[in-house]
Design a protein. Structure first.
Length: 261
């Protein structure tokens, strides 16, 4: 599937990897309705393309991953906030995508920008990254899933400490809290994100998707219930050619040839 050119986003396929860059650096990569629509289209295409297995999302420039909703645009357009069905950044309401997504956070990830990162599976942060949900400081609330995801990801008290104050945390504190899985020098950020993506791509794609679907779908269920749930991705994995290829490659002492089917 070919990717079109966009005005506010760049999307580049690198083999099985898709690199998505929010491209509004003059606005700290904040998103207005046209940018949200483009992000949604990019991830619709990523979800539908059998040849794309992993995505990285980042921000253009050195200052920001995304500062969230473009409040200046909203104010200039009579308070219009038009979010696509898939959610802010085309990701925060996308609960049926089990291909992994890595957030490469290069600067400010605030409000909706932080919520985009929280909707990803792995966060790699630049030493210059800063995270926060500052909506209460401007009379708003983190309504793109941040108030739900953050307590689940870092625990209730840690999340409340951020959400009730609206304060920012730097990359080191984000790592301590478990928000970021690695902190790297700014000039190494995309290299490390690609290296994490390469590690995922070494694995069978259907195994990866089954792992994500089971982990996400089990949240909120008692363990005894969770282990009994029949997940579609596990069924697809067990019926796939890759399910037979993995053990065969191991026995033959060679690298497996994953097909994703």
């Amino acid at each position: 599937m070919s990717l079109p050119s966009y005005e506010f986003v760049t999307a580049q396929a690198e083999g099985r990897l898709l690199v998505v860059t929010i491209n509004r650096p003059d606005s700290l990569n904040s998103l207005h309705p046209p940018a949200n629509k483009e992000m949604s289209d990019v991830f619709d295409r990523f979800a539908a393309d059998p040849d794309l297995w992993v995505a990285i999302v980042t921000g253009a420039g050195e200052r920001a991953f995304s500062a969230g909703n473009d409040l200046r645009w909203t104010a200039q357009n009579n308070g219009v906030v038009d979010i696509p069905p898939a959610g802010f950044g085309g990701l925060t309401n996308r609960f049926d995508l089990f291909k992994p997504i890595i957030a490469a956070v290069n600067g400010f990830a605030l409000g909706g920008g932080f919520e985009i990162a929280l909707a990803c599976d792995i966060i790699i942060a630049s030493e210059k990254a800063k995270f926060g949900l500052p909506e209460p400081k401007v009379g708003l609330a983190a309504l793109a899933g941040g108030m739900h995801r953050l307590p689940r990801q870092i625990g209730l008290k840690n999340a409340m400490a951020l959400m009730l104050t609206g304060r920012h945390v730097d990359a080191a504190e984000a790592y301590r809290l478990g928000i970021a899985q690695e902190v790297v020098a700014p000039d190494k950020l995309m290299q490390r994100a690609r290296e994490w993506a390469a590690e995922i791509l070494e694995c069978a794609p259907l195994s990866v998707r089954a792992s994500k679907q089971v982990a996400m779908g089990s949240l909120g269920h008692p363990l005894e219930e969770a282990v009994k749930i029949k997940f579609p991705a596990v069924r697809d994995l067990s019926r796939s050619e890759d399910f037979r290829e993995g053990p065969r490659a191991f026995a033959e002492k060679r690298k497996p040839n994953w097909k994703g089917c």
